[in-house]
Design a protein around this ligand. Structure first.
Ligand SMILES: Nc1ncnc2c1ncn2[C@@H]1O[C@H](COP(=O)(O)OP(=O)(O)O)[C@@H](O)[C@H]1O
Ligand SMILES: [Mg+2]
Length: 643
């Protein structure tokens, strides 16, 4: 009976949540303004929060009602042999129970409305914000960590918020109500009951800390398990395992992580069981004390039997709130830390974003110009969060990233000699085709990233249609440029959906004509599901050439004014290469195009060839000019270009 108050009533929420918390968070310094921002998120729910708190207070006050009614039954009704009063009071006890249950339901309704609403708000904010990050952010970020920030941290923030809110308010009210009632009944027994409190508090705090540490450790292992599964179970990862790995080593690695989760689970279960057992024992001992001492007092006539029974009931409702409140500081800090981790993502400024006065591209044919461009890939601290870059760092959420710490993967800050591109200048006049050639790693793909403004240049400028790309609306810029890379990505969806992604309003006819131009229409007509064929994860159900031609159709659908091809046929066998090349020729027809190619015939057909070497323009000119020069191009021509 005495355990009832520990599980139910006002103290319940506080108990469960204090196990999740880590005492170390109390040492964490919360950034100023975090509380205000949290309040900002809570604001739309102000009315619901107030209603929720009022209901909490009401149900906390009800906690003392049952013991007091029991007191009346014994002292007033039973002693006076008043059957009618016994029945009335007993009905009241039942009524209180029903009201408590109903209040519990309403309370849950409000807390889920507030909590889920908060999750929705935070999650959509983070999603929108992450989408606006530059591509550098994504190359630096481990997908798993980012997804966990969107999932567990957002949920953690919400849970901490609602449970802290209700636990703080209802425990304070419950504690006050129970203590006042006890004092009013008998201050002697109250003092004795309170003497047991330190005996409960000390182990409660210790075990609470241990459980929190265990929980965090197990979350880390669970995250590792999860990221191992996501890495292995997508088609590309599964292929790699099939071709290079062995099921045995995979099993050993997975099993060792799973075993860690299992062992921690056992420890967690035992720790919390020991804790609850000890708590139950303490409460029973306290009950024994109350009955022992109270019984003596009752014999002496200093106390009624009803008071004694009421006391025992109140006692069960005393220790829960005491324990929960002892961890209140940790609770509040944990809530704020979860919010901080979410805010950390929200505060990340995208490196590339539209200027306030950005304008659309001018109409008509447009060319490209690189004007003394120097560029270095940004370091992690510039584009991402160190805590998101590796899964491990994610486990130490309490250490803020040190901006001065040496970055192991730093590609040299803006020092010119280490720059990926140095003083690169060339142009692609409107309607012409320029070939970009050079050894692997020379910076060719980097040039294409700067034209589409996936990154911003360090020095110099990239101009499209004679306008600095930094002054253009990104939608307008990207709408005008069609890019085909060596391994095009398709979403796990139908061909129709993949094409529609490029141009949402496209009709079926538009799609077929793009597919025909891309030399893939006939193939798709032969598929049993036609346009509604699902291409599989990253398009794995198609051959490289088929996938590439669908990607080209996707570009054609947008009818871009500029076409950029980055080794679009590099991965293909000669047969599909020929088909893809025909598709590409259609795509480039009458358009400004920049082509990174390894086929001599493509390079030869270019109006101009730009040779890039270690980030610099080594030479530029027509095929015959460059061959005559006898430089790097002549060398590449002799050794590399396949015919
Ligand atoms: N996202 C990136 N972050 C940092 N360095 C990069 C990134 N992408 C490419 N690099 C580096 O930039 C250099 C040029 O790469 P890239 O432009 O892809 O060469 P190419 O396309 O000519 O083979 C290489 O040294 C490469 O390691
Ligand atoms: Mg490349």
């Amino acid at each position: 009976m005495s355990m009832r108050g520990f599980g139910g009533g006002g103290g319940g929420a506080g108990y469960a949540s204090s196990f999740r918390k880590d005492a170390s968070v109390t040492q964490h310094r919360i950034a100023r303004g975090t509380t205000r921002r949290v309040a900002g998120y809570a604001k739309p729910y102000l009315r619901q929060i107030i209603a929720f708190l009022l209901i909490n207070i009401a149900s906390s006050l009800l906690v003392v009602a049952t013991p007091l009614l029991l007191l009346r039954i014994i002292d007033d009704a039973v002693d006076n042999r008043d059957t009618r009063l016994v029945i009335i009071l007993a009905s009241l006890v039942a009524a209180v129970a029903i009201v408590e249950a109903l209040l519990g339901l309403v309370q849950r309704w409000f807390s889920s409305r507030i909590g889920e609403g908060l999750i929705y708000d935070l999650r959509t904010d983070v999603f929108d914000h992450v989408q606006r990050q530059s591509i550098g952010f994504f190359t630096r970020t481990q997908t798993g960590s980012l997804v966990s920030r969107l999932n567990s941290d957002v949920i953690g923030a919400q849970q901490a918020f609602t449970s802290t809110l209700s636990s703080l308010v209802s425990n304070v009210v419950t504690l006050a109500a129970v203590l006042i009632t006890m004092l009013a009944l008998s201050w002697e027994i109250t003092l004795i009951s309170l003497a047991v409190v330190p005996l409960i508090l000390l182990p409660a705090r210790r075990v609470g800390r241990r459980l929190a540490a265990l929980r965090r450790e197990s979350m880390g292992y669970n995250a590792e398990l999860g990221s191992m599964m996501t890495e292995r179970f997508n088609v590309a990862g599964a292929l790699l395992v099939k071709l290079f790995g062995t099921p045995e080593t995979e099993h050993v690695e997975f099993a060792s992580r799973a075993a860690a989760v299992r062992d921690i689970g056992v420890q967690q279960a035992m720790s919390s069981r020991v804790f609850f057992t000890a708590l139950g024992a303490m409460a029973s001992i306290a009950t024994a004390l109350v009955y022992g001492l109270g019984g003596v007092l009752a014999i002496q006539g200093a106390l009624t039997v009803g008071t004694l029974v009421a006391f025992a009931g109140l006692l069960g409702r005393l220790y829960g709130p005491v324990t929960a409140l002892s961890n209140a500081q940790v609770d509040v800090m944990t809530a704020l830390v979860s919010f901080e981790r979410v805010f950390e993502v929200l505060d990340l400024q995208p490196m590339v974003s539209d200027a306030p006065d950005a304008r659309p591209l001018p109409g008509g044919p447009i060319g490209i110009e690189l004007d003394h461009v120097t560029f270095t890939y940004p370091s992690a601290s510039e584009v991402s969060l160190l805590t998101l870059e590796s899964g491990r760092a994610d486990r130490e959420p309490d250490t803020p990233p040190d901006p001065d710490a040496p970055l192991t993967k730093d590609f040299g800050r803006s020092s010119i000699d280490k720059a990926t591109l140095r003083d690169v200048s060339f142009d692609v006049p409107a309607g012409q085709m320029v070939a970009l050639v050079g050894p692997s790693g020379a910076g060719k793909s980097t040039v294409t990233s700067l034209i589409t403004r996936l990154y911003d240049v360090g020095e110099g400028a990239v101009l499209v249609g004679d306008v600095d790309v930094r002054g253009l609306l990104s939608e307008s810029l990207r709408g005008a440029i069609g890019v085909v890379t060596q391994d095009s990505h398709l979403f796990h969806a139908t061909i129709r959906q993949n094409l529609g992604y490029a141009r949402p309003g496209a009709t079926t006819e538009d799609m077929w004509s793009a597919l025909d131009d891309a030399q893939i229409g006939a193939f798709i007509r032969r598929l049993p599901d036609g346009l509604d064929t699902i291409v599989g994860d990253r398009g794995h159900r198609l051959s490289g050439g088929e996938k590439q031609r669908i990607a080209i159709a996707r570009v054609l659908l947008r009818s871009p004014r500029i076409v950029i091809l980055d080794e679009a046929t590099a991965h293909l066998d000669s047969e599909s290469e020929a088909a893809v090349q025909r598709a590409l020729d259609t795509a480039m027809e009458g358009r400004t195009s920049l082509v990174i190619a390894h086929r001599l015939s493509t390079v030869r057909a270019a109006d101009k060839i730009v040779v890039l070497e270690r980030g610099c323009v080594a030479e530029q000119g027509t095929h015959s000019e460059l061959v005559a020069r006898g430089g790097l191009y002549a060398e590449l021509y002799a050794t590399q270009f396949a015919e």
